[in-house]
Design a protein around this ligand. Structure first.
Ligand code: GDP
Length: 513
């Protein structure tokens, strides 16, 4: 689609780390971000007032660090669910007087699933009752062994409120970043991720993007999700207008046709025409995905992928009513692993299935297995939207049996493409402003207005897309059956010719037996 060449070792230059702050509610994520921002201000760097654009940069000595402004693993994983991995390092905030809490564990598992490095900020050390050693003990129980105890997890004791040890924390971030040898090639067309976006009355679509590779310039043609356009202006996190932005730099860009979504990928293309065609194609793919999302991450679907050699791991999120069940389920499920497929429980916890579980599952291609628990309303909706398979069981044995069955490929696929009919183009005419209209005859089955279509010429598929219009005489219709004539046009495709066959299909869900 675009110049997706590999950068050579000489082209790669060091880039600054991108960091997210995670942790349990009220442990001090927001306060820590504020403290970090302040540290930078007292350094007297550039006016100091940070514009809210969704991410900001701080200077530490000669180096810089980019922080995402939305704390919490939910936002982080929601982005990852959309295919975006933007962070290199997660700062896990744990209040020293409270210790590890349920959302701390979620955050640890979300960060681990994304394979980002974790640095622990043991916060609120100014408080009476602060017990950093107890926190470290608890971290060990969750697989994070503090460095001073022989492990590789860096822990820094801080007070966000009293602004204590903030610089030390930032230095540790740089240390970890250095070990990761983060690099990018500034001398290529930019590519990155949309961090957040909004529709501004005066300025139109405003999107904050994080450049991850290459350099973005004012005047570049960009595609972001299903939005496209020419970058009219850019502002940095200090509200200053800039002409270009290199790797790890967040900028606000103006000039997109629509408002993209956080987590959307963006990249620069040669020209406007290219930008538009990429967007059209994306919209089509999205529609196709939407039709089938209902079962996107079902057990069957996962096993199809495993069978096709695309995947070796079956990821599972386990929620249960009591801790004993979580452990038992985890052990029994992981024991099913065989030579081809490894079953991984990436997160296990007590309680209802929540939205964060769904996001984690979606981002990690996992299914969710619940024992004597139900999903919250929000979680059911989110699961449906994201196409995450929720499986509820009362006994472990049933779950094991289902998963073993699926591993042997015995469950029927729950979803497949269904051809609804074929239409023959018998005449065409060009209508200015509309494109090519085909006068057609439905050979078999039926064609629906919302059908996905393939244009087939001499047995070869020459275009895939969707319908732009479907008419009987002058009227728009929902469907046309075999034996009837109709008029149709295909979105963004004007080369239909007499004799072309239009194959209409839908992505249909198949009921399990
Ligand atoms: P978040 O929910 O994780 O974003 O937590 P906040 O940053 O909103 O902090 C929750 C509460 O803890 C607020 O009342 C803060 O003032 C307080 N707090 C945060 N950091 C510290 C700290 O280092 N020491 C003390 N004593 N209180 C803190």
């Amino acid at each position: 689609l675009f110049d997706d060449f590999e950068d050579t070792a000489e082209q790669l230059k060091p880039r600054s780390p991108v960091v997210v702050v995670m942790g349990h509610v009220d442990h001090g994520k927001t306060s820590l971000l504020d403290a970090i921002r302040d540290t930078n201000v007292t350094e007297g760097e550039f006016g100091g007032i940070t514009q809210h654009i969704g991410a900001h940069r701080v200077r530490v000595g000669e180096k810089k660090i980019t922080f995402l402004d939305t704390p919490g693993h939910e936002a982080f994983t929601a982005m990852r669910a959309r295919g975006a991995l933007v962070t290199d390092i997660a700062i896990l905030v744990v209040a020293a007087d409270d210790g590890i809490m349920p959302q701390t564990i979620e955050a640890i598992n979300h960060a681990k699933a994304a394979e980002v490095s974790i640095i622990v900020a043991i916060n609120k050390i100014d408080k009476d009752g602060a017990n950093p050693d107890k926190v470290k003990q608890e971290l060990m129980e969750h697989g994070l062994v503090p460095e001073e105890w022989g492990g590789d997890t860096i822990c820094v004791e801080v007070s966000a409120k009293k602004r204590q040890n903030i610089k030390e924390l930032l230095e540790m971030v740089l240390l970890v970043a250095e070990m990761k040898e983060l690099k990018a090639n500034p001398d290529r067309k930019a590519k990155g991720t949309v961090i957040e976006s909004q529709l501004d009355k005066g300025r139109g679509s405003v999107a904050t993007v994080l450049v991850q590779n290459g350099t973005l310039h004012v005047g570049d043609y960009v595609v972001a999700g299903t939005a496209s356009g020419r970058v009219r202006a850019m502002n940095n996190d200090k509200g200053k207008s800039v002409k270009k932005a290199g790797p790890s730099i967040p900028v606000e860009i103006l000039g997109l046709s629509e408002v993209p979504e956080g987590g959307d990928e963006f990249y620069v293309v040669e020209d406007e025409r290219k930008a538009r065609s990429v967007v059209e194609n994306r919209k089509f793919q999205e529609k196709k995905e939407k039709q089938k999302s209902a079962t996107a991450i079902s057990l069957d679907n996962l096993f199809e992928q495993i069978e096709a050699g695309k995947m070796k791991d079956l990821n599972i999120v386990v929620k249960a009513d009591v801790q004993g069940s979580v452990e038992a389920v985890k052990q029994s499920l992981e024991r099913i692993s065989n030579d081809e497929v490894r079953v991984n429980v990436i997160h296990g916890a007590v309680g209802a299935i929540n939205e964060s579980d769904v996001m984690l599952a979606s981002a990690s291609n996992a299914i969710i297995v619940g024992f004597n628990v139900r999903p919250t309303n929000g979680a059911s909706d989110a699961a449906e939207d994201a196409g995450v398979d929720l499986r509820m069981y009362r006994v472990i044995y049933d779950a094991i049996e289902d998963i073993e069955k699926a591993m042997k490929g015995m469950l029927e696929p729950t979803f497949r493409e269904e051809v609804t009919g074929h239409v023959e183009i018998r005449t065409t005419f060009k209508v200015s402003g509309v494109g090519t209209i085909g006068g057609a005859y439905v050979l078999d089955g039926k064609i629906r207005r919302d059908s996905l279509v393939r244009v087939v010429r001499d047995g070869i598929v020459i275009h895939e897309g969707e319908l732009n219009s479907l008419k009987r005489f002058k009227d728009d219709v929902k469907e046309v059956n075999a034996g009837y004539e109709c008029g149709l046009s295909v979105s963004n495709y004007n080369d239909i010719k007499d004799g072309d066959i239009i194959e209409a299909y839908i992505m249909a869900q198949v009921e399990p037996e």
